[in-house]
Design a protein around this ligand. Structure first.
Ligand code: SF4
Length: 420
């Protein structure tokens, strides 16, 4: 097609104005390699990792080109050919993608150790004493991005079965994620609460696996398939009315388990049943007609909403979070400029492409602050951390929060005020 309708929406093309940094240019490079006209080189690999994977191009494309699948395949090709391979990179991937993120118990143990390091004051002491300078450069640059680990993970906050309040109308499964579980288990707890408040019996399996989006987005398709098979071996999708994700990046990948395992006869049907039932929490709440909380005494707050790329572009969920926010007592929803443009987090992009990630972060934070909002709502852990870090850099502290947490808080206030 090559019409170029996507170029104005592509953040990396807008950064450089170069065709090769655009969706059209990247597809031309992929086609050159597929047709044997071009050698897959380190430069090609660099171009595939310079792409954010934000999928803004897919929303703009009049022909429905599935760029997400193209990019994942291209990155898998880069990994298979070892085009970006270095001893350091191999070591980091061995510990993270092929280590912690394939072993849920080990990941939580590592999370607890990091929590201890933070809660004991050793992290702030090592920063004050400048010990971070002794780390190898990549770790030195990543250290300030270390998220604060929760004191309690989802298994300690949410019962395996949360009964529906006021009679069961639906039975749903809640996915707690991996980074979401360690850093935002409060969001998972709020999600279980608002589901129960709206007639859902919530099943929350213990010590859940990573969904595999981190693997698929970084060229590790076989590892992503392994994790998808593990989920499907552990969970029978037919037992639920819906399978709930509350993290934009994960939901976008989880929604396509059917495509990921399409070539595997023993998983094909189960993966299709899974994908048919996969819902983002906002999408599901609007679908079942969630109840707007009552709170006549609610203080007025201006709230703006940053759209996680994989929620709006990857899953087409954009109206529903606004419907939820608009139903909250006291909330005045204000739009910020470029709400659907990437904040620069994009999985691990702020580690692999720090300069561009920082420019996107600063631009995003500027737009959010210009909206005059006191609260910034967003529904993806990566965006939450990226925007929070950007606001700290800017010396500003509007609250950053998942929309579902605001809904759970409103229901809690309602219950507190309800006569005995
Ligand atoms: S995914 Fe985002 S950065 Fe990559 S080509 Fe598409 S719009 Fe550009």
């Amino acid at each position: 097609m090559h019409c170029g309708m996507c170029l104005p929406d592509c953040p990396t093309y807008n950064e450089t104005g170069r065709e090769r940094n655009s969706p059209r240019g990247r597809i031309a490079l992929m086609r050159g390699i597929a047709d044997g006209e071009l050698e897959a080189s380190r430069e090609f690999a660099g171009e595939m990792s310079y792409c954010l994977g934000c999928l803004a191009c897919t929303s703009a494309c009049p022909a429905g080109v599935d760029y997400a699948h193209l990019l994942e395949s291209a990155r898998a090709e880069v990994e298979d050919r070892g085009l970006l391979d270095t001893p350091w990179r191999r070591a980091v991937r061995a510990v993270t993608i092929h280590g912690l993120f394939l072993r849920p118990r080990l990941l939580r143990a590592a999370g607890r150790m990091l929590r201890l390091w933070q809660a004991s004051g050793m992290q702030s002491a090592s920063r004050r004493l400048g010990l971070v300078r002794l780390l190898p450069r990549p770790l030195r640059e990543a250290e300030p991005l270390t998220p604060e680990i929760q004191a309690r993970f989802s298994d300690e906050r949410i019962e395996e079965i949360t009964p529906a309040r006021g009679g069961r109308r639906h039975r749903v499964l809640l996915l707690t994620g991996c980074v979401q579980d360690l850093v935002f288990s409060d969001v998972n707890q709020a999600t279980a609460e608002v589901l129960a408040e709206n007639g859902c019996e919530v099943v929350t399996p213990r010590t859940q696996d990573c969904c595999g989006s981190l693997h698929a987005h970084n060229g590790e398709i076989e590892a992503a398939k392994r994790l998808a098979r593990r989920q499907l071996d552990a969970i029978d999708p037919e037992s639920y009315d819906a399978i709930i994700s509350n993290a934009g990046g994960c939901g976008s990948h989880l929604r396509h388990y059917d495509r990921l395992l399409a070539e595997e006869p023993q998983y094909r049907e189960r993966a299709a049943a899974w994908s048919r039932r996969l819902r983002d929490i906002h999408e599901w709440l609007v679908e079942i007609g969630f109840r707007a909380p009552l709170d006549p005494a609610a203080a007025v707050r201006r709230v703006t909403y940053h759209e996680s790329c994989h929620l709006c572009h990857g899953q087409g969920v954009s109206r529903q979070p606004r419907e939820l926010l608009g139903a909250l007592p006291g909330v005045e929803l204000v739009e910020s400029a470029d709400a659907t443009t990437c904040c620069g987090s994009a999985g691990i992009y702020n580690l692999t492409q720090p300069e561009t990630a920082t420019r996107l972060q600063q631009r995003k934070v500027g737009h959010l602050l210009d909206s005059g909002a006191e609260v910034i709502a967003t529904a993806n852990p990566g965006c939450h951390l990226q925007i929070g870090n950007g606001l700290r850099e800017a010396g500003r502290q509007p609250r950053v929060v998942h929309p579902v947490v605001l809904l759970a808080e409103a229901y809690r206030r309602e219950r507190e005020r309800a006569p005995e």
